[in-house]
Design a protein around this ligand. Structure first.
Ligand SMILES: C[S@@+](CC[C@H](N)C(=O)[O-])C[C@H]1O[C@@H](n2cnc3c(N)ncnc32)[C@H](O)[C@@H]1O
Length: 329
């Protein structure tokens, strides 16, 4: 591991919770979904029949492995933002390990330590000539750490050029302006000889999308509610999870899925770490996630505005999801 996630994390979590629950429109950032329990629940979401993004993105990579590789000037160090269980990346890594002997280098970055550790261990046992330096940090600290490491260790034959990947349509969690700043920031951290591969979930029949976030097994509901559990565990909150319920719906005007936690009754919740009580009216909601769905035109515009050119777009057969291979201009 190249870095230990900094100690300010709990303080930052507390400050964000205090601010978010104190807002007129209560909200919590989706990045707090991913404690150990949340990461495991997300893995379960990915295998629910209704949750198409993971399955489709996996298939796109599998089907286009040769075409993706053909576009790349190997050798490359593979750096992944928010790597999770790295299951989709496995396909690329196996390919790199074949082509880049003696070693392929992988820098997974994630705020969730357990899943990062477990998936790195697993990958290094199944892919022989893979060197993994996992980075327990957030996207941009992590990317900076990977950049510095690659720059300083060139004598060890770590490929100087990078393929940075951002899968799972996590870009959709940002507001459109934030998404643009995010891409601009990525661009600042890349050289023109690097690449950026990013997954976007596309606009489609809203019922398909709504079903994906309302699986019959209730796993997404558990995932959503777990954020309250995390506040209870880490910040000494007294949320009663039975008094809140999951709600996810498609907002047609904004082209996004919204996830909320709805208070089933009028109640107060106390959080010890920040020594504050919060009042919830019956039916008042905490907004926990947006997931914006894109059009091809929006992807072209945002890529261009951030200083990238599109090398290739890889779609599934229904045009539900697209993997975009971008090159810094
Ligand atoms: C939607 S999951 C996607 C996981 C994986 N990339 C996939 O496609 O299945 C988002 C991942 O990003 C991580 N994550 C969320 N916010 C992050 C941040 N600010 N910095 C680093 N990792 C983050 C989470 O822990 C989680 O593993």
């Amino acid at each position: 591991m190249l870095n230990k996630y900094n100690k300010n994390t709990l303080f930052e979590f507390a400050a964000d919770v205090s601010r978010g629950l104190g807002d007129k429109n209560k909200q919590l950032s989706p990045k707090y979904f991913y404690d150990d329990v949340g990461s495991k629940l997300f893995e379960k979401i990915c295998i629910q029949p209704e949750y198409y993004p993971t399955r489709i993105e996996y298939d796109i990579i599998k089907t286009n492995l040769k075409n993706i590789t053909k576009e790349l000037d190997l050798p490359l160090s593979l750096v992944e933002l928010g790597s999770g269980n790295s299951k989709k990346t496995f396909l690329l890594l196996e390919n790199f390990a074949q082509l880049q002997k003696p070693f392929a280098y992988y820098f997974p970055i994630d705020v969730s330590h357990k899943i990062l550790h477990e998936s790195s261990n697993l990958l290094s046992t199944v892919i022989n000539n893979l060197k993994i330096h996992y980075i327990h940090d957030d996207f941009f600290n992590g990317l900076k750490i990977a950049n510095d490491y690659i720059k300083n260790k060139q004598n060890l034959a770590i490929p100087e050029n990078k393929l940075v990947i951002f899968l799972g349509s996590s870009i959709g969690n940002f507001e459109p302006e934030q998404a643009k700043s995010f891409l601009l920031n990525i661009r600042k951290n890349l050289k023109t000889s690097d690449y950026f591969l990013i997954g976007f979930d596309l606009q489609k029949d809203q019922y398909v999308i709504e079903n994906a976030y309302n699986d019959k097994n209730g796993i997404t509901a558990m995932f959503n509610l777990n954020i309250l559990n995390r506040i209870n565990k880490e910040l000494g909150g007294n949320f009663n999870l039975d008094f809140f319920e999951h709600r996810a719906f498609y907002n047609n005007k904004e082209n996004r899925i919204e996830m909320h936690l709805v208070s089933k009754l009028d109640q107060y919740v106390y959080i010890k770490y920040i020594d504050k009580s919060f009042h919830f009216r019956k039916n008042e909601t905490i907004h926990t996630e947006n997931s914006y769905k894109y059009t091809q035109k929006q992807i072209e515009d945002i890529s261009k505005d951030a200083g990238f050119t599109i090398k290739q777009l890889f779609f599934d057969k229904n045009n539900w999801f697209v993997l975009s291979l971008l090159k810094p201009i």
